[in-house]
Design a protein around this ligand. Structure first.
Ligand code: HEM
Length: 419
């Protein structure tokens, strides 16, 4: 039977992702059973002055995503990493290394990597721990909260701001602007009648202006944040311009923030739905943390997909791919691939091996912040289990209408109040 991939059954449509998870999973399983399929790009929302794109290949299996990720010389990131071909004005703010190919990508990645060494992460860990405590202190006596806004969203944002040396007084402004950039397809963040492109550009502009100011203040300084390292670093006689530092910052707040927030929020949902798994983790937190965190990232797949574009005519799984074709690497589907997992829909905190693609496939763009994200998720659940041991989701997650970020906007939670 032919697949119906129209309207909300098209996984590039934001509304595909606000349906019950079982329905989403059934549709993705049906696509996996067929293999590579060509899907249409939905019409841009009214008021978005962009042409409807040509569509592209929906890649749903682990094997093919791995093949594409490894072959960056054939499958480029430089023509865009989301389905829509963004207007050229976007490059000024959103043109950092995730949407570059080597050698430009390798140059930038080499410059910023010192911020993600085990030594830097060790230093950050203390700050992650302190921040997690502060966040829980603020809600502990209330007995209930919106887990996304009050807990999950706050930690990663604070950590990225700490990492980059952003003043505390600017953290809320950073939060609001990232919500606009990533939630632009969701009416809670940008109303459909508003100028979505203008809203995204002005959010990017505000973040870039803030970062440029911070970068200027760090020149010649000896502070120990990543911005200081970046503005003063030289690799092969080259320095990053302030504009490059600013767009790297935007990449970090976008890539490092929403993703980890959603992993933590989905994590509480899975632990609530699976009390047996929660008991296993709570009984031996340190012993189980490593596999539990990987399992949360696998099932949550906070980045639903990344796009590549073929640079030459080629074939994939017997299918002819033409130069310029877009490919949508759907990690959420690949992380439920029944040829890799016997029981892909089961949340198993002891799953091992767990070769998931939540942080991307093997290749030059593999998530730079994967270790940091793992630390943040671990520290947050350690603190939650210690301080609010019976915290649970008390209602359904309100999902983000986005085909790119597998997100939760709100999640009511309850717990016995603690001092
Ligand atoms: C659970 C949390 C996270 C998930 C699921 C996640 C997922 C991903 C994915 C799927 C990619 C793209 C891989 C590709 O195109 O092949 C990526 C790239 C990236 N991530 Fe993460 N990420 C997370 C947390 C973070 C954090 C905390 C940071 C930094 C603060 C970060 C920084 C980056 C950067 C800089 C890139 C671009 C790397 C490159 O192009 O070389 N991520 N991430």
């Amino acid at each position: 039977m032919a697949l119906d991939l129209t309207g909300v059954r098209n996984p590039l449509h934001g509304q595909f992702w606000v349906r019950p998870m079982a329905e989403i999973e059934d549709d993705l399983a049906a696509i996996r059973s067929v293999g590579l399929v060509f899907i249409e790009e939905p019409k841009p929302d009214p008021g978005v002055p962009l042409p409807q794109g040509p569509g592209g290949w929906f890649v749903s299996s682990q094997e093919q995503i791995r093949e594409i990720s490894k072959s960056a010389e054939v499958y480029s990131s430089a023509r865009g990493v989301t389905a829509i071909d963004s207007p050229p004005e976007f490059n000024e703010f959103f043109g950092s290394m995730i949407s570059m190919d080597d050698p430009r990508h390798a140059r930038l990645r080499g410059l910023v990597s010192p911020g993600f060494t085990p030594r830097m992460l060790k230093k950050l860990e203390q700050s992650v721990d302190v921040q997690a405590k502060v966040i829980i202190d603020e809600i502990a006596e209330r007995g209930e909260c919106d887990f996304v806004l009050d807990v999950a969203a706050r930690l990663p944002l604070q950590i990225v701001c700490d990492l980059m040396g952003i003043p505390q007084s600017e953290v809320d402004m950073v939060f609001d602007n990232t919500n606009i950039i990533l939630g632009a397809g969701d009416p809670e963040f940008v109303a459909p009648e508003d100028d979505i492109i203008g809203a995204i550009l002005s959010a990017g502009g505000e973040l870039a202006a803030l970062m440029t100011e911070v970068a200027q203040s760090k020149e010649g300084k000896n502070d120990d944040d990543l911005t200081t390292i970046l503005v003063n670093a030289e690799v092969d006689g080259e320095r990053l311009s302030h504009a490059e530092v600013a767009s790297f910052f935007i990449l970090l707040v976008v890539a490092g923030n929403e993703t980890t927030r959603n992993a933590i929020s989905w994590g509480l949902t899975y632990l609530t739905e699976n009390p047996d798994q929660r008991a296993i983790w709570q009984d031996d937190f340190e012993g189980v943390a490593q596999t539990a965190v990987e399992e949360i990232v696998r099932l949550a797949s906070p980045v639903s997909y990344m796009r590549r574009s073929a640079l030459i005519d080629t074939t994939l799984g017997g299918q002819r791919i033409r130069e310029g074709d877009k490919l949508f690497l759907n990690y959420l589907s690949a992380n439920r691939d029944e040829s890799v997992y016997e029981d892909p829909y089961v949340f198993d905190v002891l799953r091992d091996p767990n070769p998931h693609l939540g942080f991307g496939g093997p290749g030059p763009h593999f998530c730079l912040g994967a270790h940091l994200a793992r630390r943040e998720i671990t520290v947050m659940f350690r603190q939650l289990f210690n301080r609010l041991p019976d915290i649970r989701a008390s209602g359904e997650p309100v999902q983000l209408a986005s085909s790119f970020i597998h997100g939760i906007k709100h999640l009511p939670a309850t717990f016995s109040p603690a001092r």
